[in-house]
Design a protein around this ligand. Structure first.
Ligand code: ARG
Length: 247
């Protein structure tokens, strides 16, 4: 879906530079992943990742269209060419690398566990599978729970409730349908603000976020890598970290 703007008879194989027009890439995001990517009430995409790709696009001379989508369908959408990249706090994982490729890493995170205020659970209880867990379907927290708790027989799969996004999981946590919710640290920290929930602790996973592209899209991958190099050494990087309170 690499498009050129405005619409002309330029084909996908014509390098944008030859036509003097910019290539436009479609960037898939989760529209509910604050502080990295989310949709404002008036329907605009924003966040650390969204501003990063907009900056990279300006710098590298292409255009972007940001498309919010369901997280559990985002890799198939990339493979089918409905989007050209995923830039939305996606962890580079061995499972995903079988289907797509990634840029260089631009961020490192661990997983956090959120519980209700006043809960007497410990992080050890969670690691031993003694709690009913809530998690977003298809994220790396889901993979962690599966590999470390379910496959080891410590947690029955009935006691791991799956959600479309983390907000729904946190609502069920407040309503006592689950005991704990696991998700990326910066996102949990943001999402529990103003709710009767606390962060119980972290599970160290040292995950690296990268930009996912189709396996054969080496040119785009190289462009993104170059753009990330520029961004991460420019003053914009610190500005973004401060703006989104991630420094
Ligand atoms: N980092 C985790 C993962 O890759 C969670 C990402 C969820 N990202 C999102 N935009 N919903 O699975």
């Amino acid at each position: 879906v690499t498009e050129t703007t405005p619409e002309t008879n330029v084909t996908e194989t014509s390098p944008a530079a030859q036509t003097g027009e910019k290539t436009r890439y479609i960037v898939g995001i989760d529209g509910d992943y604050k502080p990295y990517s989310w949709m404002t009430l008036d329907g605009k995409a924003t966040g650390f990742d969204v501003e990063s790709i907009q900056w990279i696009a300006d710098e590298m001379g292409f255009e972007v269209e940001i498309k919010p989508m369901a997280w559990d369908g985002i890799i198939p959408a990339l493979q089918q060419g409905k989007i050209d990249m995923v830039y939305s706090g996606m962890t580079i994982s061995p499972e995903r690398l079988q289907n797509v490729n990634f840029s260089k890493p631009y961020w490192i995170v661990n997983q956090a566990v959120a519980v209700r205020e006043g809960s007497d659970l410990t992080i050890e209880d969670v690691k031993e599978g003694k709690v009913v867990m809530g998690v977003q379907r298809g994220c790396t927290a889901h993979t962690w729970i599966d590999q470390h708790l379910i496959q080891t027989g410590n947690l029955s799969s009935d006691d791991c409730k799956l959600y479309k996004n983390v907000q729904l999981a946190l609502t069920d946590l407040q309503n006592k349908r689950v005991d704990a919710v696991m998700y990326d640290v910066p996102v949990i920290k943001d999402a529990i603000q103003g709710k009767p929930l606390v962060m119980l602790g972290e599970i160290q996973t040292d995950e690296e976020y990268g930009v996912a592209v189709r396996k054969d899209d080496n040119d785009l991958r190289a462009t993104i890598n170059e753009g990330l190099d520029k961004l991460m050494t420019s003053p914009k990087w610190d500005e973004l970290k401060q703006k989104y309170e991630m420094a």
